[in-house]
Write a protein that binds this ligand. Sequence first.
Ligand code: IPE
Ligand code: IPE
Ligand code: MG
Length: 245
Amino acid sequence: MKEQINSNNLPKHIAVIMDGNGRWAKQKGAARIFGHKNAIKAVREVTEGCAELGVDCLTLYAFSTENWARPKAEVSGLMSLLVATIKDELPTLQKNNISLHSIGDRSELPKETRAKLESAIQETSTNTGLKLILALNYSGKWDLTQATKAIADDVKAGTINPEDIDQSVIAGYLSTAGFHDPELLIRTSGEMRISNFLLWQMAYTEMFFTPVLWPDFRREHLFEAILAYQGRERRFGKISEQVNL
Ligand code: IPE
Ligand code: IPE
Ligand code: MG
């Protein structure tokens, strides 16, 4: 399948809602955290697949602002798993020339999770290959809110004029500033919703939904999603004849 991918029409930025870990575990009669533990392989496959193809940016939705509402044990299990995973995967990131980034409110993360995350971001900051962005304690509404506050602060401080606020100014205040908008969103587990992910940034993103549960997601599924993307006609409001000149 990889050979069928047109390298001149790759999405530069792929965003993934990694969903279905709990159901995967349940099918096996195991606790939900077993599903989260078995999600690491899928993360590695997709990350390496993107790096191999030459995708510029991969954003993984790992924990939403709403996920704090889950049972306490699951939340703390997920936070510890994050610490362990970042530590274990660091050599793979270095080997593949991948730089780590994060979006979301880091200030609310447990101390150790935050410390591990920030040191991995620091240690991989000079890598020039794939940019791996972890969305952690992230939500689209949080992002728009923090951007709005920051713009208001700058207006108050006199560093920007309200009449100068346009779409590119707003984009520059979002936590994704500097990264282009995703061309492709993949959501696993059969759910067909955005779940408060990149709201502004996905205004024109192509959506790919698959019933595959995240722990079962492999390179071939990534390639399948990219091929589906390459079969889409992206019109951006125009008509077919205009985009097929
Ligand atoms: C996705 O899997 C992982 C996170 C949201 C952290 P889920 O834990 O949502 O799994 P399901 O949707 O309950 O199967
Ligand atoms: C979305 O998955 C968040 C992440 C993948 C981190 P959820 O499983 O939390 O989404 P909903 O609540 O079912 O929409
Ligand atoms: Mg879910």
